[in-house]
Design a protein around this ligand. Structure first.
Ligand SMILES: C[S@@+](CC[C@H](N)C(=O)[O-])C[C@H]1O[C@@H](n2cnc3c(N)ncnc32)[C@H](O)[C@@H]1O
Length: 203
């Protein structure tokens, strides 16, 4: 583990992140983020209108990604894909339309309430090649060599042990598999008064 956080601090970070996303699932994303979410966020990030129009507006409401992983390359018909930290499932559904009926997409998220939302949204889409599971990015509940591609949007920055997450992604990807990540990174050191603060993780 590449951190000098105590076990208690790690526990607090994980608990507070789950608490935040439980709240998002219950009351909506509005006011919870410093960037646009839902349909406004998707448009701002350049998701094509013809893709967004395929889904009922309610399905797009809880999108809280920070970028567009699909801008990094295509997904191909028949592929198996993991959406790591899928939230309410918007990228999962988009991936499912790209891989088509011969492909499959699994959305995984640590917050059970977000997975409940994703499953409710799935019922609205009519897609048959999607499944959702509750689970942690740091210990993926899949065998080795399970996926052709892993997509992830706004999640890895929230994980405490990023090295472990990347090891797990590598393990579940087939040889030659692709990781397509949109995320937030620090471009410079935090000001001294904010550096090392546990609260940074879930603000
Ligand atoms: C910013 S939201 C992005 C959700 C989704 N990717 C989207 O674009 O709408 C971050 C998501 O990551 C999930 N998450 C946070 N830490 C996680 C972890 N260690 N393992 C799996 N999911 C995690 C949260 O529950 C939340 O749903």
């Amino acid at each position: 583990m590449t951190t000098d956080l105590t076990e208690a601090e790690i526990g607090l970070i994980r608990e507070k992140i789950k608490e935040k996303y439980t709240g998002v699932a219950a009351t909506g994303a509005g006011g919870c983020f410093r960037y646009p979410t839902g349909i406004d966020g998707l448009r701002k990030l350049g998701y094509p209108e013809d893709i967004l129009r395929q889904f009922p507006p309610a399905v797009l409401e809880l999108f809280c990604g920070v970028g567009n992983p699909f801008s990094l390359g295509p997904l191909y018909p028949g592929e198996s894909v993991l959406d790591l930290g899928c939230g309410a499932g918007v990228d999962t559904f988009i991936a499912a339309t790209m891989v088509g009926p011969r492909g499959r997409v699994v959305g995984l998220d640590v917050t059970p309430e977000m997975i409940a939302k994703a499953r409710a949204n799935l019922a609205l889409t009519g897609l048959k090649n999607v499944a959702f599971d509750v689970g942690e990015a740091e210990s993926l509940p899949f065998p080795n060599d399970s996926f052709d591609a892993v997509i992830s949007n706004g999640v890895i920055n929230l994980t405490v042990d990023k090295e472990k997450v990347l090891q797990e992604v590598h393990r579940v990807l087939k040889p030659g598999g692709r990781l397509m990540v949109a995320d937030m990174v620090l471009m410079s050191a935090l000001p001294e008064e904010r550096a090392g603060r546990v609260e940074n993780w879930f603000q």
